[in-house]
Ligand binder design. Structure first.
Ligand code: ZN
Length: 474
């Protein structure tokens, strides 16, 4: 009860302009709630009150403390699902940055507030956030967007029959019109190409306007460092070698059948996050092939699934080496570029290399560059790899020369069948070679060989790195 009384007393003092007393009260209630799980919601709300008050303090030194308190409060609110409270935090942050003319962050926070208020379905707070957003838009000369936001707020006011809200919004709309007239008379450009109000000298659309987008709810939380990164850094450091991001990218996954769908790159901006994705097509091709091969196991007469497996395995081999080309080329733009040697065929640009080079050539060039003395693979594996590519090409480009004799069975083994190891089961049937070759066993063989090649390149790379370290320093 004392803690609750302190919260209310704090609010009263704050409203009355007695900030010090308010702070004392709120700090007292925080001390009560600290470490009490059942009161975590109150705890987060008091933190937010205190944070907001510090943000409006005349002493700018207190602002950072205030925004830290709000961040802490937001992370609690997010974890307990207090969306109303979370929207409120973003609202206060948005107002704070708006006052400070940090429009990028102000827009990012206010759009998050709007997104959450809409999710909750709280119409009144949605309307109030729309008015804030319209204010920021007006200041940044985005008059069309300001009108859109205000008109949406007006519709909410009409739905709620809230005459006060409607008249506030109408006042806002008049203000926007007035600003528009003044800008027109002064010949000042407005809209996306307006000069950004933050003073950067850039156009709004290429500056603070970048933060103006519908926020996305990501199904995961960010934070910490991948366990794999720690492991790799430890291994490399123990070997006396400076770690590189390529060590992480080319690592052997812990569980061999784990599928990665993409690499993500996070680019933190002022109050918002830009996220870019590079699909791991090799992983996707291989996962699809494995799934089909598993299904084909129980269907000894199946030809369609084995056909897909063969094509997909070679797709994986191609997608994998193309990714490697991209990452090795890209490493030139990072500080650890001196740790890697980029082959001359790749140095101009990664796309030409990927497009113009034949598949086995790409493997040879990049394998040599990355694995050093751990390249080439044993000749048996390399030959099988080439045979799989040959098989895939024959199937894909099926060139028609003539009928193939199937009865009586020809004495000479067919060229394609010669390329398949004897232990891999084909069919002894009176049909042309594709029907004899497209078996679950051949499918399994193709996948295994491609997996072995990928593992070999990753493993050879890691060993070579631990042994040679910084090649240019030697
Ligand atoms: Zn700007």
């Amino acid at each position: 009860m004392h803690a609750v009384a302190c919260i209310e007393a704090g609010k009263a003092y704050y409203t009355n302009g007695q900030r010090d007393r308010a702070q004392q009260c709120w700090e007292l209630s925080l001390a009560y709630y600290e470490d009490k799980e059942e009161d975590v919601e109150h705890y987060a709300r008091v933190k937010a009150n205190l944070g907001s008050m510090l943000l409006s303090d005349n002493d700018a030194k207190k602002h950072e403390e205030g925004s830290n308190l709000i961040e802490e409060s937001s992370s609690i609110k997010r974890s307990i699902g207090d969306l109303d409270g979370l929207a409120n935090n973003y609202c206060n942050l948005g107002l704070y940055y708006w006052r400070g003319k940090r429009y990028e962050r102000a827009i990012a926070c206010t759009r998050k507030d709007l997104h959450i208020s809409r999710t909750v379905g709280n119409l009144r707070s949605t309307a109030s956030t729309l008015s804030n957003l319209a204010g920021i838009y007006t200041d940044t000369l985005q008059l069309k967007k300001a009108r859109e936001a205000l008109n949406e707020a007006k519709r909410i006011g009409e739905d709620l029959a809230d005459t006060k809200l409607i008249s506030l919004v109408e006042h806002g709309l008049k203000h926007v019109d007035k600003v528009g007239r003044e800008l027109g008379q002064a010949g000042i450009r407005f809209g996306p190409a307006a000069e950004c109000a933050c003073g950067s000298g850039k156009e709004y659309q290429n500056c603070c306007g970048c933060a103006d987008f519908e926020p996305v709810d990501l199904p995961y939380e960010f934070g910490g460092v991948s366990e794999d990164v720690d492991k790799i850094i430890k291994e490399m450091t123990e070997a006396g070698v400076q770690p590189s991001r390529l060590d992480f990218i080319l690592r052997e996954p812990d569980q061999s059948h784990q599928t990665r769908f993409a690499w993500c790159r996070m680019e933190p901006q002022d109050g918002w996050l830009k996220m870019r994705e590079l699909p791991d097509m090799a992983g996707l091709h291989l996962a699809s092939a494995r799934e089909l091969a598993e299904e084909a196991k129980d269907l000894p007469d199946s030809v369609t699934k084995p056909l897909s497996c063969i094509l997909l395995s070679v797709c994986a081999a191609e997608a994998f080496i193309n990714q490697v080309a991209f990452f090795l080329h890209e490493i030139q733009t990072f500080p650890e570029n001196h740790l890697h040697q980029v082959p001359p065929e790749l140095s101009p640009d990664a796309i030409t290399f990927q497009r113009s080079m034949e598949l086995t050539q790409k493997w040879e060039i990049l394998g040599m560059a990355l694995c050093g003395s751990y390249w080439p693979p044993k000749s048996n594996l390399w030959t099988q790899f080439r045979n799989i590519i040959y098989l895939r090409n024959e199937l894909v480009h099926f060139k028609v020369a003539d009928y193939e004799q199937v009865v009586p069975s020809p004495k000479e083994t067919h060229e394609i069948l010669k390329r398949i190891p004897l232990k891999v089961k084909t069919r002894q049937i009176p049909h042309a070679w594709p029907m004899r070759v497209l078996t679950p066993d051949v499918a399994h063989w193709c996948i295994t060989i491609v997996e072995q090649m990928i593992s070999l390149l990753r493993d050879g790379y890691a060993r070579n790195r631990r042994e040679t370290g910084d090649p240019l320093a030697k």
